[in-house]
Design a binder for this molecule. Structure first.
Ligand SMILES: [Zn+2]
Length: 116
């Protein structure tokens, strides 16, 4: 099953990658679109980014962007609207997915299963 999931994730990378969608709110909508990094912002301040776990497990990932939050992520968006998150996203529960989102593309960290 694991290999299948990776294959599905790999297929997704050919679909143009992730785009950013902003919502004016301090929280994420309950339904997140696939292949989209949904970013909640209020008064120009970024609060939280959300995405569906790219491994295929359908978990909703919430990544805090607020300066004060811990842990938190940096979000950069390039001219084509492609998001880059740093540091990497590592789920410590469920599927234990560990990946980078760079320029709208998912890059898997291969050691995630072994070291989790
Ligand atoms: Zn997952």
């Amino acid at each position: 099953m694991k290999i299948w999931k990776k294959f599905v994730a790999w297929l997704w990378t050919f679909r143009g990658g992730y785009a950013v969608r902003y919502v004016e709110s301090d929280e994420l909508p309950s339904n997140l679109a696939r292949q989209t990094l949904t970013v909640a912002r209020e008064d120009g301040e970024l609060w939280v980014a959300g995405m569906i776990c790219p491994c295929g497990c359908k978990a909703k990932l919430e990544l805090m962007l607020l300066e004060e939050a811990k842990p938190r992520w940096d979000l950069r968006v390039d001219k084509k609207g492609r998001p880059t998150l740093s540091p990497s996203v590592w789920r410590n529960q469920g599927c234990k997915a560990h990946f980078w989102l760079r320029n709208g593309k998912i890059f898997w960290c291969r050691e995630s299963a072994a070291s989790a």
